[in-house]
Design a protein around this ligand. Structure first.
Ligand code: ARG
Length: 384
């Protein structure tokens, strides 16, 4: 923006803030802010394409049912026949007077987790509480509950009341997991939904918070194959998967069967998504992309925030270039956060460029002094 319109806009915002403690973003500010929030978010390894984020402006929508309906409509466009596009749907902002509807579900698609009679768990351990809440809100699990039962989406309305909405399973476009050469894996009946839509993070732009702003990208195979299906606190399936792949899970010697099973499961997830025509990436490809992103940011004179334990993949870590990078999280705004008391409390303006400025001006001052001193010395020498 040119200087004069920018000055006017800032004056307008300051005035609105003084009067109402709030201001309304223009559609351009909203789109730009959402993209910068993505660019600033230290935990995302897929930020190379931040400029292409599709931003849907739904600030006029506030009721829970309408919020969900619109999110599902935007999902159709994001799915794009399998060529998934990264997008965000932004609903009403929070103000002093009102909190809009928000998602309680951490993602739109979540699989139930049930406690079983033998003190075990069937399904996704991460969603045991959500499953319990859904039941209390009247949701009935299928007659024979399974490990991949889609939960209803749970939202809170303006008054904090909870609502559960069942979604048609077909919207999840699940991919059945099979291995390209080892047919026994398919018999485990593993599956995963096509599009991750994170729904419980607030977007913050220029001091305005949008607590209802679900966003989607596309999957990285490791998210499903190295974490969701195998983490002890998720599906915990590494051993049965290893057996299905024909590996011997011998208790003696190094447990390399784990490494092998993880690699083969990654291969299977990539193969299955590709076969189903659903966009997915592997960790080597995305790590290379991230290096590219870092370089472009550096060239633009910015410091890219990164959180090492989130950026470095859980597979072949040191075999990926990101492993060898120092990373810092500047917690710059705009950004996404979960809670003001946890990750939101550390967010602040990125002042690194000002620090650079401070050092640069010190350096310039020293250089000037040195130059003056030399001139004076030369004058003295000429005199003598
Ligand atoms: N890790 C989460 C999951 O496994 C998804 C987070 C977002 N991932 C993404 N590729 N945009 O469901």
């Amino acid at each position: 923006m040119a200087d004069e319109p920018l000055r006017l806009r800032i004056a307008e915002i300051c005035d609105a803030l003084r009067r109402t403690n709030h201001y309304v973003h223009t559609p351009e500010e909203l789109s730009f802010g959402a993209r910068i929030a993505w660019r600033n978010h230290a935990r995302c390894v897929g930020r190379l394409t931040w400029k292409s984020l599709r931003v849907h402006d739904h600030r006029h929508i506030a009721a829970p049912a309408a919020v969900l309906e619109q999110t599902m409509a935007d999902l159709k466009a994001a799915f794009n026949g399998g060529q998934i596009r990264s997008s965000i749907s932004i609903f009403a902002p929070a103000t002093d007077k009102s909190l809009p509807s928000t998602f309680e579900s951490s993602q739109i698609f979540r699989y139930a987790g049930y406690a079983t009679a033998d003190e075990g768990v069937m399904g996704d351990r991460a969603n045991i509480e959500l499953t319990h809440t859904a039941r209390q809100l009247g949701w009935q699990p299928p007659e024979t509950p399974g490990p991949f039962d889609l939960l209803p989406v749970i939202l809170r309305d303006q008054n904090g009341g909870r609502h559960a909405f069942a979604i048609p399973p077909s919207t999840a476009r699940e991919v059945l997991i099979e291995h390209p050469t080892r047919p026994d894996l398919a018999a485990l009946g593993l599956r995963w939904y096509a599009v991750p839509i994170v729904s419980n993070m607030a977007l913050t732009i220029g001091g305005i918070d949008y607590p209802c702003a679900p966003f989607n990208g596309y999957y990285l195979a490791t998210e499903i194959a190295s974490r969701n299906l195998v983490d002890a606190k998720r599906y915990d399936l590494l051993e049965p998967i290893a057996h299905a792949l024909g590996l011997v899970t011998d208790a003696h010697g190094p447990a390399f069967w784990k490494d092998e099973a993880l690699t083969e499961l990654n291969r299977a997830v990539l193969h299955s998504f590709e076969k189903a025509g659903v966009r997915i990436m592997d960790h080597h490809e995305v790590s290379a992309q991230y290096m590219n992103f870092m370089q472009l940011e550096q060239r633009a004179g910015r410091t890219a925030s990164g959180e090492w334990s989130w950026i470095v993949p859980p597979q072949a870590s040191a075999g990926c270039p990101t492993f060898h990078l120092p990373m810092t999280n500047l917690h710059a705004v705009p950004n996404f956060y979960h809670s003001r008391y946890i990750d939101g409390g550390t967010l602040r303006l990125d002042r690194t460029h000002m620090r650079d400025g401070k050092w640069r001006s010190r350096y310039e001052r020293l250089k000037r002094r040195w130059r003056d001193w030399r001139r004076r010395r030369d004058r003295i020498w000429q005199r003598s």
